[in-house]
Design a protein around this ligand. Structure first.
Ligand SMILES: [Zn+2]
Length: 621
């Protein structure tokens, strides 16, 4: 047989052991030079997917020939999508030298990737050009393999995850100077203080302190009655004064917690306030740029850092933690999801081994992805009998992988000293108590209120209150229409679109008035359920306002009763046979007559009204 088989003896061995029927195949284009004209005619769905998946520490290569219809989303779901991803065309090119869909993969090249992956303990997967060679295997068998391996590998053993979240507070000015926080033009919002010129003195932004206190209180922290700021010394171009003003010895708050949606309690170690360093801009991307630009607009932006205990066990829990956190932040109105930055250093360890820190991961999805990769990587290192080094790694968002950057500094390396230019802050117990009382209603309380005030069930109340914007829309809409109907529509139809299209509700800035008007039309029967659903899809995905969509498409069924009656009379006069059939109890005739009226009125009549009028007339005659 060809090298496909020889090179994949372990695949053969693996599949035979599991009594899985398979066949190695190769396409003629493996042996013959590529016929470019033919290749150009290949349809997109005929492009094969090659998956390299780690099974029992070894990569299993499965090339799914392009002529098999495979439901990719279903496949990804069953094979534990978080461990598999289809590679971007650029990655395929990088690994195989192949242009996806244009050139067939060179099989030895694929093998090279597999071997290298084994060497590096990486999980990789990629599109492999058009169907050329691979294994034919029953889809169910394939899923069985993946399912089995996923359970054996991922679910056993304890994983510990802790997060250090950095959240940008949405103050108008910076933490220690009056520079604006939202300037776009690079280096247009800086002054001697945020650039660290000699002799410049920081002055604490009272709003930032107020926001950070609110965060600490909302996260159930104990507030320290006295706290101060410290200098964390390090050299890097993003920190022009060579130290960052932060809090170290005594933070604003300690010993808080967040409850995850599965009921688990994640302890908050501390909450403190610090300044953001400048932004380093690599115009061609990290590692490919010949130079690096520094934008000091970000230098001195207030950040609140929220550090957790290592209480989370899965990347999903970490994601849920961030969801809960951003919900609280949006209720407090201290963070803007559209312009604010949310970053996290993710600490992960498996089976009590060394802890690895993945630094500076952006966004909730990024955190989940980075942790998924990192945990799998650590498990494979252990499977190989190697040791996990305590280190700092960086997350490559495009590839979904992490790479080693430097050994982790210890706290001693930073040489913390008390910041002499800022005074210590003292609060009395009653001042803290007063702040606590001033906290706005948070999502737990709002959920309870929705149940009491509007008679919602717990599920709807929880979903609606979990997002500040959604809760607002609901309260607005519930003024105009029956609250339960509004709640059902929002939690089911609207959230289905949000989840399916992976939208961020907070950044959509939906107009509650629009949704209310649309749902009022639905409640009064002037639009169908389908139109309501379509309108919301178009609104969320394309930004077209529902009322405009419905009006421009002529979807309102606003024909008056008199006009409907006229149309019914006309249709009944013209279809006497159907009327006779209906009188004899033939249900199909009713549908037919309704259809005729709808056609005559160009769907401007409500079909239910039409039906009632027809039935009335039949009885009356
Ligand atoms: Zn400044």
């Amino acid at each position: 047989m060809s090298e496909v088989v020889e090179g994949k003896a372990w695949v053969k061995d693996f599949l035979e052991k599991r009594k899985i029927e398979f066949k190695f195949v190769e396409h003629e284009s493996v042996k013959k030079p590529v016929d470019s004209a033919r290749v150009r005619n290949v349809a997109l769905k005929q492009i094969a997917k090659a998956l390299v998946y780690m099974v029992d520490g070894k990569p299993l290569l499965a090339i799914l020939p392009g002529d098999r219809q495979i439901d990719e989303s279903k496949l990804l779901k069953v094979v534990d999508a978080k461990r598999i991803r289809f590679a971007e065309p650029a990655e395929v090119k990088q690994h195989t030298g192949c242009q996806v869909g244009l050139v067939p993969p060179l099989i030895p090249e694929i093998r090279k990737v597999v071997d290298r992956s084994l060497l590096e303990n990486k999980e990789v997967s990629f599109n492999a050009g058009i169907a050329t060679a691979g294994i034919i295997i029953d889809l169910n068998d394939l899923l069985r393999i993946f399912d089995h391996s996923s359970k054996a590998d991922i679910s056993s053993g304890k994983t510990m995850i802790g997060l250090e979240c950095h959240v940008q507070l949405n103050t108008k000015s910076k933490l220690f100077c009056g520079c604006k926080t939202q300037e776009k033009e690079p280096n247009s919002a800086c002054c001697p203080i945020c650039l660290g010129h000699p002799g410049s003195k920081p002055v604490l932004n009272a709003t930032a302190l107020d926001y950070a206190m609110k965060v600490a209180l909302a996260l159930n922290c104990e507030i320290n009655q006295e706290f101060f700021f410290s200098r964390k010394t390090y050299f890097y171009p993003d920190m022009s004064k060579n130290f960052q003003i932060t809090q170290y010895e005594i933070p604003i708050g300690e010993k808080g917690h967040i409850i995850l949606s599965n009921g688990k309690k994640v302890r908050i170690t501390r909450v403190h306030l610090e300044e953001d360093p400048a932004a380093l801009v690599h115009s061609e991307g990290m590692g490919s740029s010949n130079f690096c630009l520094v934008d000091y607009n970000r230098s001195g932006i207030p950040l609140v850092e929220i550090v957790t205990d290592p209480d989370m066990q899965t990347p999903e829990e970490a994601r849920d933690f961030l969801d809960q956190l951003t919900t609280i932040l949006s209720y407090l109105k201290v963070y803007s999801p559209t312009t604010g930055v949310l970053k996290a250093d993710c600490n992960a360890s498996v089976y009590g081994n060394n802890r690895v820190e993945v630094k500076n991961v952006s966004g909730k999805k990024g955190v989940e992805k980075a942790l998924t990769f990192e945990i799998a990587r650590q498990k494979h290192v252990l499977l190989e009998g190697k040791k996990i080094e305590m280190e700092t790694r960086a997350f490559d968002e495009a590839k979904g992988t992490t790479r080693s950057t430097r050994s982790k500094e210890t706290e001693a390396d930073y040489g913390y000293i008390f910041e002499p230019d800022l005074t210590a802050f003292r609060l009395t117990k009653s001042e803290i108590e007063e702040m606590k009382n001033k906290l706005p209603e948070l999502h737990g309380a709002k959920s309870k209120r929705f149940m009491e005030e509007f008679g919602l069930d717990q599920y709807n109340a929880n979903v609606l209150s979990a997002n500040f914007a959604l809760g607002n829309i609901f309260e607005h809409v519930a003024k105009d229409i029956e609250p339960k109907i509004a709640a059902n529509f929002l939690t089911r139809e609207l959230m289905a679109v949000v989840n399916r299209s992976e939208l961020d509700l907070d950044s959509l800035e939906l107009d509650p008035e629009e949704i209310s008007s649309m749902l009022s039309l639905r409640s009064s029967g002037k639009i169908t359920e389908k139109v309501a659903k379509d309108a919301i899809i178009v609104y969320l995905t394309k930004g077209v306002k529902p009322t405009k969509f419905i009006e421009s498409q002529g979807l309102v069924m606003d024909l008056g009763k008199g006009e409907i009656e006229k149309a019914v009379e006309k249709v009944m006069a013209e279809n006497k046979a159907a009327v006779v059939d209906l009188k004899r109890g033939k249900q199909k005739s009713l549908n037919f007559l309704v259809g005729q009226v709808m056609r005559l009125t160009r769907a401007k009549a409500n079909p239910k009204d039409v039906q009632n009028i027809i039935l009335k007339k039949i009885k009356g005659e």
